[in-house]
Design a protein around this ligand. Structure first.
Ligand code: ACO
Length: 311
C-alpha cells in the first residue's frame, strides 16, 4: 500500500541512497523535481541572453572567445537539465511551452539588463558565483540524474566565476572610468544576486518538504549567507564597496550581517514585472519559432529512415 511505499522511500532518502528514474517515488516528489529541474533548465537557457548581448562588443578577441565559450556552456547546462527532467516523464515540448506561456519560472536574475561591459564579468563572478553555492549543494541532491548533472555543471561554473573575477580585477586596476564601471555593475547586481537564493526561509513554501526529501540540502537563507560570507572579502580585494551600508562582520555570529532585502522587487520580478521579463520571453519565443524548420526536418528525416527500414 501507498503508506508503506512512502515510508520505504523516506528510509532510502534518510540512508542517503539516490533515487533513480525507474524507482517508485511519491507523485509530489516527481512533481517537485520536474518543477525545480525544468525551472533550472529554463534559467540556464534564458541566462544566455543578457551576456550574449555583449558578444559582438567584447573589448578584445580574448574576452570574446571566453564569453562565447561561457554562453555555449550555459546552453549545454540547459540540455543536461532538460534531459534530467525528461527522466521523470515530462516532455521537453511541454516544459518549453510552459516557459513561453509564463507558467514556468526561470531565475529572477536574468530579468535585469546588461548596461555596460562591466556587467559581463560581474555576472560571471556574482551570478555564476551564487549559482555555484546553490549547485554544489545540489551535487548531493537525492535524485540521481539531477545530482550527476550538477557535478559537471559546477566544474564549468567555476571557470565562469573565475573568468568573471579576473575581468573585474582588470577593471578595478584600470583607469577611473573603468573603476567606476566596475563599482556600478556591483551596485546593480549585488541585491539581484542575493535574490537568486529565493525568498527567506519563513516565506519559502516549498523548502520544508524539499529539505525532508533531501532535494534541497540547505535552506535559502543558509545558502545566501554562505554566498555573502565568501563574496564580501572579494569585493574588498577588488577595492570596491559593498552597496549595503548595513553589511558588517558580526563577530558573535561569525557571519556578515546584511541590510533588509528588497523583497518587494523580488516578488515583482518573479511575477513577471522585472525590467526585462517581457523582452526575455519574447527572445526565447522568437528563437523557438525560428528553429521550427529544424525540428520539422528532424522529424521528416526520422520518418524517412523508418519507411526505408520497412520497405
Ligand atoms: N527566481 C525566480 N523564481 C524563484 C526564485 C528566483 N530567484 N527563488 C524562488 N523562486 C520561486 C520558486 O521557484 C517558487 O515558485 P514555484 O512554486 O512557482 O515554482 C517560489 O519562488 C517559492 O520559492 P521556494 O519555496 O523557496 O522554492 P524552491 O524550494 O524551489 O527554492 C530555489 C527556490 C532555491 C531557486 C530552488 O528551486 C533551486 O535551488 N533551484 C535550482 C537552482 C536554479 O534554478 N538556479 C537557477 C539560477 S542559476 C543559473 O542558471 C546560472
Amino acid at each position: 500500500d501507498i503508506d508503506a511505499l512512502e515510508k520505504e522511500f523516506q528510509e532510502r532518502i534518510d540512508a542517503e541512497k539516490k533515487i533513480e528514474p525507474k524507482d517508485w517515488m511519491p507523485e509530489a516528489y516527481r512533481r517537485t523535481l520536474i518543477r525545480q529541474i525544468s525551472q533550472h533548465a529554463h534559467s540556464e537557457v534564458v541566462g544566455q541572453l543578457p551576456e550574449g548581448n555583449w558578444i559582438t562588443r567584447a573589448p578584445s578577441l580574448r574576452r570574446k572567445a571566453i564569453l562565447l565559450a561561457k554562453v555555449q556552456d550555459e546552453a549545454g547546462h540547459g540540455l543536461y537539465l532538460y534531459s534530467a527532467a525528461e527522466t521523470l516523464g515530462s516532455s521537453r515540448e511541454q516544459m518549453i511551452d510552459d516557459l513561453h506561456a509564463g507558467k514556468a519560472k526561470y531565475s529572477s536574475i536574468f530579468n535585469y539588463p546588461t548596461l555596460s561591459w562591466a556587467d559581463v564579468p560581474a555576472i560571471g563572478w556574482l551570478v555564476d558565483g551564487a549559482a555555484i553555492v546553490n549547485q554544489v549543494a545540489l551535487c548531493r541532491t537525492s535524485y540521481g540524474p539531477y545530482s550527476r548533472a550538477m557535478i559537471r555543471v559546477c566544474k564549468e561554473e567555476s571557470f565562469h566565476a573565475r573568468q568573471g573575477f579576473e575581468g573585474m580585477l582588470a577593471l578595478a586596476r584600470g583607469n577611473e572610468a573603468q573603476k567606476k564601471m566596475c563599482q556600478d555593475a556591483i551596485n546593480r547586481y549585488w541585491w539581484p544576486a542575493l535574490m537568486m537564493f529565493g525568498p527567506s526561509d519563513a516565506e519559502s513554501p516549498n523548502s520544508a518538504q524539499s529539505m525532508k526529501w533531501k532535494i534541497k540540502r540547505f535552506s535559502n537563507d543558509e545558502l545566501r549567507q554562505k554566498f555573502v560570507d565568501q563574496t564580501v572579502p572579494q569585493i574588498e580585494y577588488l577595492g570596491m564597496e559593498v552597496p549595503d551600508p548595513d553589511c558588517k562582520w558580526n563577530e558573535e555570529r561569525g557571519h556578515y550581517d546584511i541590510g533588509e532585502m528588497p523583497w518587494e522587487e523580488f516578488f515583482a520580478v518573479i511575477k513577471g514585472h522585472g525590467p526585462c521579463n517581457h523582452e526575455r520571453l519574447q527572445a526565447r519565443q522568437k528563437a523557438h519559432d525560428e528553429g521550427n524548420w529544424v525540428r520539422e526536418a528532424a522529424l521528416a528525416y526520422q520518418k524517412k529512415q523508418a519507411d526505408k527500414k520497412q520497405s
